[in-house]
Ligand binder design. Structure first.
Ligand code: FES
Ligand SMILES: [Fe+2]
Length: 384
């Protein structure tokens, strides 16, 4: 069984196979190099894209019980996410209300309360300030006003999302991600588990890291000895779910579907799907597992890549462990090939060899991603 959208994608790619064509935009696009190295532009991006829009910070399996928590530091806002005793997800700025220390320093764990390491002010799972040592020094302080600052947090598609802004306007996530729903509902990512989770700091603009996942024109040169042979060369279907993008990259054997009755079509077996979820999140669906990544700027020309590999059931046997480890190693190598090229691009930006980079007509994900970023920065796109 395939969804309506998947049927269209398969029909489209089979047609491309016949004609030798692929998804194209009408025009090529010129993107100013200053988008990758201008600190002023980066500031605007951080203040808008990384404050106003939901960012993936974890997977629901990390927060399945009351008191479980994760921390996340990579948006520039220290974040603490936990589950309270009513089973509600809560996110806070991980910033003590006394004098600003980080209340929880561990990456994950389980707690009944959070006690700041500096002077031991203690907060409960709802972020409420419960007490401090020697309270006579603060005897007229209204403790009810000094809880941890709360951030909007959501569980959606099995992921934990935070909008890292003190202004607590909530986002209607069902509406925000509506165009991706038919695809994600079928995946049951909330029942998956994390096989590996890793964080990679890189010396490249977050925008360059992003772009590595928004087109497949580069597969057969950058990944000549790794990913190239697995996929059709620069033929794929981009579906514009503005501001998100579904990019369906067919496996080499997609031709098997030609001539098969449509009732027998299956989608996942024949595609790697790179879903860009604005502004910096990707959910990359492989035939039997999933990578969820988000890319965040850490400064001009530097970024951090955070990735989770999700599998549908625990790897209990040696055979299963070997299988997933092999997949993990291959994908790490492929990602690394992209990042090494990205770091070399970053190093060459200051030469002024290019004023603009050129997006070809079949690099649709770059066009649409750039358009959505411009729309957000210029106030035309909001997370509603
Ligand atoms: S800064 Fe947290 S208790 Fe003083
Ligand atoms: Fe790549």
């Amino acid at each position: 069984m395939v969804t309506k959208e998947e049927k269209q994608i398969i029909e489209q790619i089979l047609e491309y196979c016949e004609t030798g064509k692929t998804s194209m935009t009408d025009e090529i696009m010129h993107n100013p190099v200053s988008n990758y190295n201008d600190p002023k532009k980066l500031n605007a991006e951080i203040n808008t894209l990384f404050r106003e829009f939901p960012i993936i910070v974890g997977h629901v399996s990390e927060l399945s019980e009351p008191g479980q928590f994760i921390t996340h530091n990579d948006t520039g806002v220290p974040i603490l996410v936990t589950r309270n005793n009513n089973n509600e997800l809560k996110a806070f700025m991980n910033v003590c209300r006394h004098r600003g220390a980080k209340v929880e320093g561990r990456e994950c764990g389980k707690a009944k309360t959070f006690s700041c390491p500096y002077h031991s002010w203690t907060y409960d799972l709802n972020g409420k300030l419960r007490g401090m040592p020697q309270p006579f020094g603060f005897d007229n302080l209204d403790k009810s006003k000094y809880g941890l600052k709360e951030l909007p947090v959501y569980e959606h598609f099995g992921m934990v999302w935070v909008r890292p802004s003190a202004d607590a306007k909530r986002v209607d996530m069902a509406k925000w991600l509506a165009p991706m729903e038919s695809q994600f509902d079928a995946l049951n990512l909330d029942n998956h588990i994390i096989y590996k989770k890793w964080t990679l700091p890189r010396n490249m603009s977050w925008r360059l890291a992003l772009e590595g996942f928004q087109e497949n024109y580069h597969f057969c040169s950058a990944h000549e000895h790794t990913a190239c042979s697995g996929y059709l060369d620069n033929q794929s279907v981009f579906t514009n779910h503005y501001p998100h993008v579904r990019h369906s990259v067919p496996l080499w054997n997609i031709g098997e579907l030609k001539g098969k009755p449509q009732e027998e079509w299956t989608y996942r077996k024949y595609f790697m799907t790179q879903n860009y979820l604005f502004p910096c999140n990707f959910v990359q669906i492989m035939t039997d597992h999933v990578y969820v990544h988000s890319i965040m700027p850490t400064g001009p020309g530097t970024c951090v890549f955070k990735c989770m590999m999700l599998i549908s059931e625990p790897a209990n046997t040696d055979k299963a462990k070997q299988y997933w480890e092999k997949n993990y190693n291959v994908v790490k190598e492929v990602f690394n090939e992209d990042f090494e090229i990205g770091e070399a691009i970053q190093a060459g930006l200051s030469t002024n060899a290019n004023d603009n980079f050129i997006f070809g007509k079949y690099e649709c994900g770059l066009h649409w991603g750039q358009q959505a970023i411009d729309d957000a920065l210029e106030g035309r796109l909001k997370a509603s």
